[in-house]
Write a protein that binds this ligand. Structure first.
Ligand SMILES: O=c1ccn([C@H]2C[C@H](O)[C@@H](CO)O2)c(=O)[nH]1
Ligand SMILES: [Zn+2]
Length: 322
């Protein structure tokens, strides 16, 4: 089936039928990943294959945005992690990333991506495949060893704060007062963008945002801002929505994006509005309609939003997020 060519998520069984029968066989899907990479600028296609805690296997690819500087690109590892988040995965176990254009050498993610991976809960236990084409078997090395003397979310966030891929809800709504409540299956793009913003991971600047896109066939895609403690590796909400677009869009070009909505807080410390507009102006359909809606944080709800962190060091605690 033509669709199979654009597959970014595999059940354990489907991955098995692709030859991924054990961790060391993750490279069996790397050819597929690399063929899906979009690198019109650097021509350097990067593929990543990862196993989520659920056992499902995910692909990640680098995505460069034609007409824009390379720092707006999505790295293959960022793509994979975003894809996990969009699919409500709770953790990442294993990762294999190509570092050669023939897809036969596997190495550590770039510094930017090692730092980005740090946002995931239990990140230090992620095991990354190291294997050269001259070896039959490679070995796995943990992020703990690949990123020594690191700057970590733990250095900044209160103990027990939910990390990336952990349950979160930002208590955002589109109006401060009683509003028309849409059903969860409404088709408003702004409601998709709001739902995305509610998942956004922005514990450092408290500037959550979400983007929803619509293509020329009426299909929608969404993604949310994922912040890094080291700031630069952060992934913007348009990029995150583009991950959804590439992962589910069956090879459609960005010029088929005809409508876009950004939801963010008014006067957010980090505002995405201008950057989002600039990116969409450059890559989406020429007449793409771009709207921004401001959302409000329900402070009462948020004050009462209690998370129960997982048992750590034998101690169970409750924290109220401020
Ligand atoms: O770990 C890495 C390093 C680089 N790239 C991408 C970014 C850019 O698109 C291209 C060249 O750097 O490779 C990745 O996807 N992952
Ligand atoms: Zn990278």
């Amino acid at each position: 089936m033509a669709q199979d060519q654009y597959k970014f998520v595999f059940t354990a069984k489907e991955a098995e039928s692709e030859g991924v029968t054990e961790p060391m066989r993750l490279p069996n899907l790397i050819g597929k990943a690399m063929s899906l990479a979009l690198a019109p600028i650097s021509k350097y296609k990067v593929g990543a294959v990862g196993r989520a805690r659920s056992g499902r296997i995910y692909l990640g690819v680098n995505v460069e945005l034609p007409g824009l500087p390379l720092h707006h690109s999505i790295h293959a590892e960022q793509f994979l992690v975003t894809n996990l988040a969009l699919n409500s995965e709770k953790g990442l176990h294993l990762l294999a990333v190509t570092i050669s254009t023939d897809g036969n050498d596997f190495g550590a993610p770039c510094g930017n991506c090692r730092q980005f991976l740090m946002e995931i809960s239990k990140a230090l236990n992620i095991k990354i495949l190291l294997k050269s084409k001259h070896e039959a078997e490679g070995s796995f090395k943990s992020l703990r060893l690949l990123l020594p003397d690191r700057f970590s979310p733990d250095d900044v966030l209160p103990k027990g704060s939910p990390l990336l891929l952990e349950k979160r809800h930002n208590c955002l709504s589109l109006s401060g007062s009683a509003e028309e409540i849409c059903s969860s299956d409404c088709s408003h793009l702004k409601c998709k963008a709001l739902a995305a913003a509610n998942n956004s991971f922005s514990p450092y600047t408290n500037s959550p945002s979400g983007v929803a896109l619509q293509d020329d066939d009426g299909n929608w895609y969404r993604g949310w801002y994922i912040e890094s403690v080291a700031s630069s590796p952060s992934l913007g909400p348009v990029q995150a929505a583009l991950v959804d677009f590439v992962a589910r869009g069956l090879g459609k070009g960005f010029d088929k994006i005809v409508e876009a909505v950004l939801v963010e807080k008014k006067n957010a410390r980090v505002s995405q509005e201008r950057t989002a507009e600039m990116i969409l102006d450059t890559i989406a359909a020429p007449n793409c309609d771009f709207k921004v809606f401001h959302c409000y944080e329900d402070l009462v709800k948020k004050m009462n939003y209690i998370t129960i962190p997982e048992v750590e060091n034998g101690k169970k605690g409750y924290i109220v997020r401020k």
